[in-house]
Design a protein around this ligand. Structure first.
Ligand code: GDP
Ligand code: IMO
Ligand code: MG
Length: 424
């Protein structure tokens, strides 16, 4: 049984938690897109792990973890994560595989990300400044890209870096009057990263196919969310990869038909970090209350997340493009204490009712929400482990989400911990 877990909103839906609970039944967990812009949280008793590049299966022993070709790898960051886990007695040698064909996020990508955002001023995207856009741009552009395998060949690497950094320095000086960057320092850190990562670097596509052939259970872990997908999200306020489950096949070389179940993760409300349209946003006391109750501050950047009501128009669209079989609905506990709750079931754009989410930011900025209002509940849900034990209003809320998205809700989160999970 192979499954794929992806976010159906604008990221931070709780994918880390869902992957961690499902990993118990898996042999292999694969990250296939994005980079250290992701922040996936796994909470095990009092221990909180914030993972940016390592798949969320790492905290369970016996699972092989794969960082596939579609990821953009910040080598320094992944080494830091590996070393941090080692201090917790989690040794990844022999059970972490990194694709030789993944692209490397270099310091000049992060600099470019920062310079570009600064230059955009109020029109900035609000990126995580992790160099994601510039690295994917160099991958698509081909001529100035560094892949993980390049870190293992010092002479070739030096040749490539000399060419790339000369080009980048001209660009940084011309466009941003920035100081030149030093090739020597970057080259030295690449060599060091190559040495440290060598035991993990391999052909992950070959590994995944042989794992599937031998009947291993593979769990594919998406990063970001479908609404941040470069092609199908709220462009240009998106990330630079195919963050919906559509990116899974190209991101790891395994066709979607090998996946038995696509699981879409949503929060019981909606959040987004950075700029861009957000029709159900509650930039008011309601949003503030959700933010404080749900601790909605970014795992990667610490930025306060924008909060709003559950948007079933957006989630249904993400479920459709993502081939989603079932939904994991997290943070139901966060909604305790509201007298009434709203779910957006349609938009009104330019006087017309719209039920199919338009992946077009200009239209979305003009969208007014049509809401269905349901009764709230005041009970604390954080210790409930059976669906039947939920207050009737909470059960009704879950059923309303199911109706509005035409997908069954099979997993419900009532807290960050592993055990704070209801299965249906
Ligand atoms: P991801 O990027 O999709 O993995 O999500 P993040 O880890 O960035 O953000 C989700 C946050 O919500 C984390 O702090 C989780 O520990 C927390 N969390 C996950 N599920 C639940 C839940 O059901 N209830 C509550 N209260 N917190 C949750
Ligand atoms: P996880 O995997 C939430 C957002 C950024 C910004 C936009 C572009 O934890 O759900 P980028 O740095 O990718 O160029 O930024 O995308 N973004 C995320 N928002 N969760 C994430 O990842 C995100 N990764 C990127 O805030 O709006
Ligand atoms: Mg996150």
């Amino acid at each position: 049984m192979n499954s794929c877990v992806t976010g159906l909103q604008w990221g931070d839906e709780g994918k880390g938690k869902v992957v961690d609970v499902l990993a118990e039944q898996s042999d292999v967990v694969v990250r296939y897109a994005g980079g250290a812009n992701a922040g996936h949280t796994v909470v095990i008793e009092d221990n909180k792990f914030s993972l940016h590049l390592l798949p969320s299966g790492v905290v369970r022993s016996g699972i092989t973890c794969v960082i596939a070709n579609g990821v953009v790898l910040d080598a320094g960051e992944v080494i830091e994560e590996i070393e941090k886990l080692k201090k917790e007695n989690i040794d990844l040698v022999g059970r972490l595989l990194i694709s030789e064909n993944a692209h490397v996020v270099m310091d000049y990508h992060k600099l470019e990300d920062q310079l570009r955002e600064n230059a955009l001023g109020k029109n900035k995207i609000g990126t995580t400044i992790r160099g994601i856009g510039p690295c994917y741009a160099d991958k698509i552009g081909r001529s100035y890209a560094i892949r993980v395998s390049d870190l293992l060949y010092p002479d070739k690497l030096k040749e490539k870096l000399d060419k790339i950094i000369a080009y980048k320095n001209k660009m940084f000086a011309g466009l941003y009057s920035a100081e030149p960057i030093d090739t020597g320092k970057i080259y030295q850190s690449c060599l060091e990263h190559g040495k440290k990562l060598k035991p993990f670097i391999t052909d992950t596509t070959e590994f995944l196919h042989s794992a599937i052939d031998s009947g291993k259970s593979v769990l594919f872990e998406g990063a970001q969310g479908a609404l941040l997908d470069i092609d199908h999200g709220t462009f240009p306020f998106v990330t630079s990869s195919n963050a919906s489950s559509l990116g899974m096949s190209s991101g790891c070389g395994v066709p979607a038909r090998y996946v038995d179940k696509f699981i879409g993760v949503v929060k019981a409300y909606t959040t987004r970090v950075g700029g861009g349209p957000f029709p159900t946003e509650q930039d008011n006391e309601i949003g503030q209350r959700i933010r404080e109750r749900g601790n909605e501050y970014g795992t990667t950047t610490g930025r306060p997340r924008r909060c709003g009501w559950f948007d079933a128009v957006a989630a249904s669209y993400s479920a459709r493009i993502g081939s989603i079989d079932e939904i994991a609905l997290l943070h139901l506990d966060t909604l305790s204490g509201f007298e009434e709750l709203k779910i957006c079931t349609a938009y009104e754009i330019d006087g017309k009712r719209v039920e199919f989410f338009p992946a077009n930011s200009e239209k979305l900025f003009r969208a007014k929400c049509v809401y269905k209002t349901v009764e709230g509940w005041s009970d604390d849900l954080t210790n409930i482990t059976n669906f039947e034990d939920l207050p009737k209003q909470a059960k009704n809320y879950v059923k309303t989400v199911e109706q509005a998205t035409s997908r069954p809700v099979k997993i419900i989160g009532v807290g960050p911990g592993r055990e704070q999970t209801i299965y249906r």
